[in-house]
Design a protein around this ligand. Structure first.
Ligand code: ATP
Ligand code: MG
Length: 294
C-alpha cells in the first residue's frame, strides 16, 4: 500500500485580517508530491468524501457551502468534476454565477445566492459566487450602474462595506448550521497563457476558448489587487479562504478534495440515534419478515 501523504491545510489558509501578497504565494505543487502520489490521495479522498457526504445527509443537521473563485482557465470546472465524482448527486448541487439577470441586478448583491444555498444535509458548490461583486465589478465599475445604488458609500468605502456584508452573511450562515469552505485557485499568468494556447491549438478544445477571457487577462493586475484585498478582508475563523496552487491540476484537485473531506469530517457528525423503543420495533419487524412465507 502506498504511503499516506498529509497536506498541511494551515499552509493554504489565509489568516483573518492578514495582508495578502499573491506574488509571494506559489502557484506550483508543494512538497515532495509526485503526480502519482497526488492521484492516490485524490482517490482515497473521493471515497472518504462519499462517506462524509452520506453521513451529512443521514445526520441532516448541517449543510456545506463550497465556493470556488479563480481567474479563467485556473481549473474550477475540472476540480468540481473530479473532486465530487464519488458523491451522491442527490445530496449535491452546483451553481455557476454568470452576469446577473435584469431581475437580479435590481436586488441587493446578496439576494442572488439565497435560492442556491444548501439545505440541511446538502452540499452546494458555487462556481464563482457573490464574490464577483468585489472582483469583476470592482475591476469594471461600470457594472455598478445598473445596480442603482445609493450615492454613498462609494469608491473604496463601497468595497469595504461589501466585505463587511459578506463577512456578516457568512457568519449568519455558519451560526445557522452551514459550513462555508472557500477556495481561490491560484494560477500563474504564464500557465494561463499556456492553457489558452492549448484551447486555440487543439481543435477539440476550441469550444472552451472565449474572446472575453483574453480581454479579462488584460486586467490581470487589477484582478490581483481585487483578489488580494478580498482575501485579506473576508477570510474569517469560521469561513476561511484557502489559496490553492493551480499550475498543476493534479495537485489542486488533491488538495481541494482533502480540505473538503477534512472539514466535513471535523463536524463530528453522527448517524441519527435510534431509541430503545424503536430498536425493539425493528426487532419485531425483523421477526415478522423472517417468518414470512415465500
Ligand atoms: P467557463 O469559462 O469555464 O465556462 P466561467 O465561470 O468563466 O466558466 P463564463 O460564462 O465564461 O463562465 O463567465 C461568467 C462571467 O460572468 C465571468 O466573466 C464573471 O466575471 C461574470 N460575472 C459573474 N458574476 C457577475 C456579476 N455579479 N457582475 C458582473 N459579471 C459577473
Ligand atoms: Mg469563462
Amino acid at each position: 500500500m502506498s504511503k499516506r501523504h498529509q497536506f498541511d491545510h494551515k499552509s493554504f489558509r489565509i489568516h483573518p485580517g492578514k495582508a495578502v501578497k499573491l506574488d509571494d504565494i506559489s502557484t506550483e505543487a508543494q512538497g515532495d508530491f509526485t503526480k502519482s502520489d497526488a492521484k492516490n490521495e485524490l482517490k482515497k479522498d473521493i471515497e472518504a468524501l462519499a462517506q462524509a457526504q452520506a453521513l451529512l445527509w443521514a445526520n441532516g443537521t448541517r449543510a456545506v457551502l463550497i465556493i470556488l473563485q479563480a481567474m479563467d482557465a485556473a481549473g474550477k470546472d475540472g476540480t468540481i468534476r473530479h473532486v465530487m465524482s464519488g458523491v451522491n448527486p442527490q445530496g449535491c448541487s452546483v451553481h455557476g454565477f454568470k452576469a446577473p439577470t435584469s431581475e437580479e441586478v435590481l436586488h441587493h448583491f446578496l439576494w442572488r445566492p439565497r435560492k442556491y444555498l444548501p439545505a440541511k444535509g446538502q452540499i452546494a458548490i458555487f462556481n464563482r459566487s457573490y464574490y464577483e461583486e468585489v472582483l469583476v465589478v470592482r475591476v469594471h465599475p461600470q457594472f455598478l450602474e445598473p445596480q442603482r445604488l445609493p450615492a454613498e458609500p462609494s469608491g473604496d468605502a463601497l468595497w469595504k462595506s461589501r466585505f463587511k456584508d459578506i463577512v456578516a452573511f457568512e457568519d449568519h450562515l455558519t451560526r445557522n448550521g452551514t459550513c462555508v469552505i472557500k477556495f481561490f485557485l491560484h494560477v500563474s499568468k504564464r500557465e494561463q497563457k499556456q492553457r489558452f494556447l492549448d484551447r486555440l491549438d487543439e481543435p477539440e478544445k476550441n469550444w472552451k476558448f472565449s474572446d472575453a477571457d483574453i480581454k479579462e487577462r488584460g486586467y490581470w493586475k487589477d484582478y490581483r489587487r481585487a483578489y488580494e484585498e478580498m482575501l485579506e478582508h473576508t477570510s474569517t475563523e469560521a469561513a476561511p479562504w484557502y489559496v490553492v496552487p493551480a499550475d498543476n491540476k493534479w495537485y489542486t484537485r488533491a488538495v481541494v478534495a482533502d480540505i473538503i473531506t477534512n472539514r466535513i469530517q471535523s463536524l463530528g457528525l453522527k448517524p441519527p440515534s435510534v431509541s430503545d423503543e424503536r430498536r425493539a420495533e425493528l426487532a419485531e419487524t425483523r421477526k415478522r419478515l423472517i417468518a414470512e412465507e415465500d
